[in-house]
Design a protein around this ligand. Structure first.
Ligand code: ZN
Length: 513
């Protein structure tokens, strides 16, 4: 039998006691054998009695040994884990004989008392109590609604999306969440969510906000965006002002690109750029037009004298456009088409115009005056939308435009000043617009091809560039019929036919609105 020193130490003591008693008895008998036999028996008896009593008392007071703590903590939610403790009595494991009374509610935190009853020798019962504490030491869990990390331009952009908190014992305790804001550094803010459950367990979760700068500075031109100077007049750079939401006034960082040569007639585009510390850029531009009416006319006369620019508006049209293209092709004449939005079928005519060397230019996605002249944005969208579509069809981007109704129209007067604004805006955005100086009136009072022919011939001049307004809208047969004769007249009278290009000097009306 293996005896555990720790648990059975009392038993060993009993055995030693017994051994000593026997040894002592033997010793007494040997030592005193010469004495009176009665005395020896008395001695022996007394010693034996003392030994027996000692052994009895030791056995009587021996109690079961239970392997347990007086107080046992059990984590809530771990299930029924309290078991009858291992119990030894003398050399025997008597765990099976232990009876347990008392109840534990594992679903409720608290202290529960349990009693263990162990039957022992001499018909007695040994009682032992144990305190079971159902405790909650598990901290709640916080789940953030939305991103755990945000990159924002400023804390003002932050909208609290909240969080939910669940506890193993209390359930949903989202309402107990406390939210705090802590500035960690100039570029970092922590939103701290803290919740405490009913047992005092605390959980903290952090949402990180990184402040980044994604807002471009604002650059504002000082002075006008279009400046017209006479040849030789001094150009005074007024510069720009620039403000950044983070850096403040950054006017001194603004740079200008481009030069103005007031000794040479021309359009000069000045680009102003500024960048904030983070590198967000802002640009604006100014156009400086250096003119010399005299000089310009002379130049025009020299280079463009007697040129006819045939222009066709409001197409493409499945009936009219191919006929016009055929006539032009037969005679090797290049013209300019200011087109409107077109459908899938009509795209082939746009393609043909481009492929046969004509200029495909922008009239507008829509021709509705009420829509396109309601605002600057509406107009700019009207041209950029068509510009993109033309690029898809032809592969080439055009910046040549003609305002529906011309820049001189007054039909836009429901929006006062819009044409003044737009004629400036398109130039600033790199477009060039063309009106006309010869009107065939094929969209107006011309009744037949003869009228169209007469109106054009009457308007032509060898002393200037001639921009002829015609239309290739549906059913415009009078223009189709007049066109061969107009070309014939032009060629016979020493005119040359050209298409409008990006470098063609603008021919524009006076703006009335
Ligand atoms: Zn039109």
């Amino acid at each position: 039998m293996i005896i555990s020193l720790e648990t059975d130490v009392k038993m060993i003591i009993i055995l030693i006691e017994l051994l000593i008693a026997i040894l002592f008895t033997v010793l007494v008998i040997i030592t005193f054998h010469k004495r009176d036999i009665k005395m020896n028996i008395l001695f022996f008896s007394v010693i034996l009695c003392v030994s027996v009593i000692t052994i009895f008392l030791t056995i009587f007071f021996e109690m079961p040994r239970m392997s347990m703590n007086d107080v046992l903590e059990v984590e809530f939610g771990n299930g029924k884990i309290v078991v009858i403790p291992k119990t030894r009595y003398f050399f025997k494991d008597i765990t099976d004989m232990v009876k347990c009374t008392g109840k534990i509610n594992y679903n409720k935190l608290g202290e529960y008392e349990i009693e263990y009853d162990v039957p022992i020798l001499f018909n007695r019962v040994y009682k032992k109590t144990q305190i079971i504490k159902i405790v909650d030491r598990t901290a709640p869990e916080i789940i953030l609604n939305g991103e755990e990390e945000l990159k924002l331009n400023s804390i003002a952009e932050y909208t609290e999306t909240g969080a939910t908190a669940r506890d193993n014992y209390d359930g949903n305790i989202s309402k107990l969440i406390k939210i705090e804001e802590e500035q960690i550094s100039p570029k970092e803010i922590d939103i701290k969510y803290t919740v405490t459950d009913s047992s005092g367990n605390i959980t903290t979760k952090i949402r990180k906000i990184y402040l980044i700068d994604n807002v471009s500075p604002e650059i504002t031109l000082i002075g006008k965006s279009k400046i017209v100077l006479e040849l030789g007049e001094e150009y005074i750079e007024e510069g720009v002002s620039a403000i950044d939401d983070k850096d403040g006034d950054i006017t001194d960082r603004a740079q200008v690109e481009g030069i103005v040569d007031t000794s040479t007639v021309g359009n000069y585009l000045l680009k102003y750029k500024v960048a904030d510390t983070t590198g967000n850029e802002a640009v604006t531009q100014r156009i400086v037009v250096v003119i010399s009416k005299k000089a310009e006319e002379e130049e025009c006369e020299e280079s463009k004298k007697g040129v006819i620019y045939l222009t066709f508006d409001d197409g493409p049209n499945a009936n009219t456009t191919p006929k016009i293209l055929d006539i032009l092709q037969e005679r090797g004449i290049k013209a300019t088409f200011f087109i409107l939005n077109y459908d899938e079928n009509e795209a082939q005519y746009v393609k043909r115009e481009f492929d046969e060397g004509h200029t495909v230019a922008i009239h507008g996605y829509s021709h509705e005056y009420k829509i396109i002249y309601q605002s600057k944005d509406a107009y700019m969208e009207n041209i950029t939308k068509l510009q993109e579509k033309i690029k898809e069809t032809t592969g080439q981007e055009t910046t040549i435009i003609r305002f529906p109704g011309g820049s001189s129209n007054t039909i836009s007067s429901f929006n006062p000043g819009i044409m003044t604004l737009l004629t400036n805006e398109v130039l600033v955005n790199g477009y060039r617009y063309f009106d006309w100086n010869v009107d065939s009136d094929d969209a107006g009072s011309a009744r037949n091809s003869k009228d169209v022919y007469k109106n054009v011939i009457k308007g032509l001049s060898k002393e200037r560039a001639n921009v002829v307004l015609m239309h290739d809208f549906s059913g415009n047969n009078k223009t189709v019929e007049a066109l061969p004769y107009i070309i014939e007249y032009g060629l016979e009278n020493g005119y040359t036919f050209e298409r409008i290009t990006e470098t063609t000097p603008m021919v524009t009306h006076r703006v009335f609105n």
